[in-house]
Design a protein around this ligand. Structure first.
Ligand code: UDX
Length: 431
């Protein structure tokens, strides 16, 4: 089976490597961005993802996988995966679908009759129906198979997904079954397959990300209630999560969600719902987004309040942000809550020192030496729960810092331990 993967960003690179690992005889990654293409051809992954470079190298070396910008090399593909990006438009919450449209035009120009085009990119519902006529006219079959991989665990998520969703105009048709057979699923086996129509397949992805964002914003709103009443949001989330109908995952309160997916998918989902006259859903996603912005702002307020309690002002303070990426085990800083908080504090006049094990950014200088950053600082903020930052010893931090003020933006530190070390300690909704 020859697989072509169109667009080798995060999703496409991981998917191409996973397809090679899962047994495809030939995988052609089509990438037009020259720097990214050159890196991939050398076996270098242009982002931080544990295990991916090893998988890539292994299949480049075996000759199964290769990357190219020449679309003619995809001409003999049996299956074409659409993995291009669908970023948020600059001036609107809607997705920019120009890369999808360009890729489909290219695919149709090389498509062999009878081959399959599979949509993996996250798109607003209705996109597949719009693309279908040109693919059918070129003799192809369209299947929608959304991807649910998470950064940091992308390799495992691709090789062993929670579920495989396969949408097509005739659910369960022969093209759908060919696509499902690429994954380690067996009929009625341990990885469930959901056969559905194209619209449902598109909706599963955007609805899933919106639901996850909604859980996080709900718990972040609860954390504010806890701040107002003396409750403890961690215990509250534990108790809520014990109800199996609710579940504990994605109920960690903190400085909010970020990344290249949740924020933009939430906004695009709401905007599309409003376009389709389901305006309450648009209002709901709007509130979820606003609570998320507010969680970031609350962290800034907590830093400033801690400084005031210590008789300091923000303009004379040095604040250390531990973490810049939107989540640990990733170098992705897109819409990262950590950097938004850092930017707000910088705008308020603080000297902000950001550290991160792997991330870099254009807006902030990011170091990686925690001890150096803490030396002479007034406030330390846990912004991204990288394991070494979660394990930071308050005794050591106290020794290095000028003042002892700590804000735990991820509710990972032990409040008693930090307070016993003399810190003015605040969490996000913790008493
Ligand atoms: C997400 C979806 O989980 C994945 O299925 C989809 O394919 C792509 O988008 P990802 O962007 O890798 O994956 O991040 P995720 O693990 O979902 O975390 C998103 C954000 O939510 C992070 O900033 C994280 O810190 C935050 N988060 C997560 C919380 O603030 N609290 C939680 O309880 C969980």
């Amino acid at each position: 089976m020859h697989i072509a993967v169109w667009g080798c960003g995060y999703l496409g690179t991981t998917h191409a490597a996973a397809m090679a690992e899962l047994g495809a005889t030939q995988v052609t990654g089509v990438e037009t961005h020259p720097t990214r293409l050159a890196a991939l051809q050398r076996g270098q992954v242009p982002f931080h993802e544990p295990g991916l470079a090893e998988l890539l190298t292994c299949h480049l070396d075996s000759g199964v996988l290769h990357f190219t910008d020449d679309i003619i090399e995809a001409v003999s593909a049996d299956i074409h995966f659409l993995c291009v990006g669908t970023p948020q438009q600059l001036d609107s919450p809607l997705c920019d679908l120009s890369q999808i449209d360009a890729a489909v035009t290219s695919i149709c120009s090389v498509l062999q009759p009878g081959s399959i085009v599979v949509g993996k990119s996250t798109v607003p519902v209705g996109t597949a129906e719009r693309l279908q006529p040109s693919i059918t006219a070129a003799g192809g079959h369209l299947v929608w198979n959304p991807e649910f991989l998470r950064e940091g665990t992308a390799v495992a998520d691709s090789l062993r997904p929670d579920r495989v969703v396969i949408g097509s105009a005739q659910p369960g048709d022969s093209a759908s079954r060919t696509v499902a057979a690429l994954y380690p699923t067996t009929e009625g086996g341990d990885i469930p397959v959901v056969w559905c129509d194209l619209a449902t397949a598109e909706l599963v992805k955007t609805a899933a990300n919106t639901f996850l964002a909604m859980k996080i914003s709900f718990v972040n709103a609860l954390s504010e209630l806890c701040d107002a009443t003396g409750g403890d949001v961690v215990t509250l989330a534990d108790a809520l999560g014990l109800d199996s109908r609710i579940g504990r995952r994605f109920l960690n309160a903190g400085i909010g969600f970020g990344g290249g997916c949740l924020p933009k998918d939430l906004r695009a989902f709401g905007a599309r719902a409003t376009e389709l006259d389901v305006s309450e859903l648009g209002e709901l996603t709007d509130v979820v987004d606003r609570i998320n912005q507010r969680a970031r702002r609350r962290a800034v307020d907590k830093v400033i309040a801690g400084l005031h309690r210590g008789g300091l002002t923000v303009s004379e303070a040095t604040v250390v942000m531990l973490g810049a990426s939107f989540k640990p085990d990733s170098d992705d800083v897109r819409d990262s809550s950590a950097l938004v908080v850092a930017d707000h504090l910088t705008a308020a006049g603080a000297v902000v020192r950001v550290v991160d094990p792997v991330a870099t950014s254009d807006s902030q200088t990011i170091g990686d030496d925690v001890d150096e950053a803490l030396s002479g600082a007034d406030v330390v903020v846990l912004a991204t729960e990288w394991a070494p930052y979660v394990a930071l010893d308050p005794v050591k931090a106290a020794r290095l810092m000028r003042h002892r003020i700590a804000v735990d933006g991820r509710n990972m530190w032990n409040p008693t331990q930090w307070r016993d070390t003399g810190f003015d300690f605040t969490g996000m909704g913790r008493n």
